[in-house]
Every structure is written in C-alpha cells, then in structure tokens.
Design a protein around this ligand. Structure first.
Ligand SMILES: [Zn+2]
Length: 61
C-alpha cells in the first residue's frame, strides 16, 4: 500500500534530475560545462561520461 510513497520518491528523483539538467545547460551557456563549480578545474571526461550532469571535480564531490 505504499505506491503513493514510491511515486512521490520517483517524482523527487525526476525533479532532481531536471534541476541537474538545467544547471548543466546554464554551465554550457556560460562556457563552464565540464569544469568544477567549486574550483574551476576540468572534470575528468570519464566522469562526465558516467554522469553528464556532474558539476564538481572528484575532490569536491
Ligand atoms: Zn573542484
């Protein structure tokens, strides 16, 4: 009987993903996509492949 809770959790995940996509698009616009938001260092390409929305380098995650 916890389907409503599950769907609510799913919606939370989708909302978080959308926030991540929006943030990544902003970084693309600003020309900072692929760079750490905290220190500006280039994020490893394999990290971006694993999670294209990642916004922090390995040290700041
Ligand atoms: Zn960093």
């Amino acid at each position: 009987m916890s389907n409503v809770q599950d769907e609510s959790d799913l919606l939370d995940d989708v909302t978080r993903d959308l926030d991540g996509v929006e943030a990544a698009l902003h970084r693309l616009d600003a020309g900072t996509y692929g760079r750490c938001e905290a220190c500006g260092v280039a994020i490893e390409p394999r990290d971006l492949q694993g999670d294209p929305l990642v916004g922090l380098c390995i040290d700041h995650r």
